[in-house]
Design a protein around this ligand. Structure first.
Ligand SMILES: Cc1cc2nc3c(=O)[nH]c(=O)nc-3n(C[C@H](O)[C@H](O)[C@H](O)COP(=O)(O)O)c2cc1C
Length: 349
């Protein structure tokens, strides 16, 4: 299955694993890239030195192309942004134990840390950087000078247009079904709308976990799929076994959109913790300050496996997940199934 995505990066299959903070560490990235897809590191969670080390660990594991996900809105890159003021205040209130548990979101709570992540990326030159929220033109220019492709993850047609104007080479259209930060429009509607609107190639995200999803995405005009939830339930994805087992057992109605973790809507497993915040919506701080209040919950979920008190993002397609598998097998199975489906549909015409 060859598309603009496979040609651009010289990869075998039009599949990218999502750059999920904490979940997508070197082992997952290596496994997906080695299987012929393109793995993406969840770069958001690493301070600069650790980011460089993780990129080098990936390079030690594979010579194949990989991507890194970053968030580079001005509110995070600019050390003088007003948005840092509440972060500083909330940080002072934290106990040493809680600060230790904020490791995975530390770069989002440390003025200057994202600017240093950017320096590492420009220096290390992964094949692609996937940006969520904002696509600043200065960043695209710097990447273009180093042959790093910029891919923008969007949840609306308006954002897709902005990303194209800013110079993104590919756009990932993510429907509301997706796990993590997400918009309000379904993949079935958003994907063809974005395909009709921009002239750069589009990848599909949100609700794709099997060959049927990839085949459908291709029919709707996508040049490949970007998948998160499917790869949490992989052997290489970082996360407590209880979290992965819950994904297999849960159904679509077990996810909810909550602003409790970051201040922006995020699809996660519904539990006692998300239900408690439903009653405290008016106490939620704007992004990124809410991380200082709730950022510890990611470790409660991913590391401690506390299903009721942890924050555990997941997409609606958990309904379709039946087993935890090696990431390479996931890539190969999805591509083989999509290929079979597309041939069978085409031969039936
Ligand atoms: C556990 C988890 C963590 C995520 N973390 C990030 C992140 O750090 N940056 C980002 O751009 N998207 C993140 N996302 C969203 C994914 O990039 C992706 O768009 C989404 O998972 C696609 O939908 P799906 O889960 O149905 O495959 C995350 C998603 C999940 C499930």
């Amino acid at each position: 299955m060859k598309t603009t995505l496979t040609h651009r990066f010289g990869i075998e299959h039009p599949i990218m694993s999502a750059g999920m903070a904490r979940v997508a560490q070197a082992p997952l990235v290596v496994a997906v890239s080695e299987a012929g897809g393109m793995g993406c590191l969840g770069g958001v969670s690493y301070l600069a030195d650790a980011l460089r080390d993780e990129i080098r660990t990936i390079r030690a594991g594979t010579a194949k192309p990989f991507a890194v996900n970053l968030l580079v809105p001005p509110s995070l890159v600019d050390e003088g942004a007003a948005s840092w003021e509440p972060v500083r205040r909330l940080w002072q209130l934290l106990s040493p134990e809680d600060r230790e548990k904020l490791r995975g979101v530390e770069p989002l709570l440390t003025p200057g840390a994202v600017a240093r992540q950017v320096e590492v990326i420009l220096d290390e030159r992964p094949a692609a950087v996937v940006l969520t929220f904002d696509v600043p033109e200065w960043f695209v220019t710097a990447c273009n000078e180093r042959d790093i492709a910029v891919i923008a993850l969007v949840g609306s047609v308006g954002r897709a247009k902005q990303a194209e104007i800013a110079g993104a080479e590919f756009i990932v259209a993510q429907g509301t079904e997706g796990g993590g930060h997400t918009g309000h429009i379904s993949t079935m509607v958003l994907l063809p709308s974005v395909v009709d609107t921009v002239s750069v190639p589009v990848l599909a995200a949100g609700g794709i976990v099997d060959g049927r999803g990839l085949a459908a995405a291709r029919c709707l005009g996508a040049h490949g799929a970007w998948m998160g939830t499917r790869f949490i339930a992989s052997e290489e994805g970082y996360g407590h076994r209880a979290y992965k087992d819950r994904l297999i057992a849960a159904s679509s109605k077990d996810t909810t959109l909550s602003r409790a973790y970051t201040g922006k809507p995020l699809r996660t497993l519904q539990n006692d913790w998300t239900r408690e915040w439903q009653t405290r919506e008016n106490e939620i701080h704007p992004f990124p300050a809410q991380y200082a209040v709730a950022g510890t919950r990611v470790e409660t979920g991913y590391q401690d496996g506390d299903l009721q008190q942890g924050m555990m993002p997941a997409g609606q397609a958990i309904e379709l997940l039946h087993q935890i598998q090696p990431a390479g097998d996931i890539v190969r199975t999805i591509v083989a199934d999509a290929d079979r489906i597309l041939r069978s549909v085409s031969s039936s015409l």
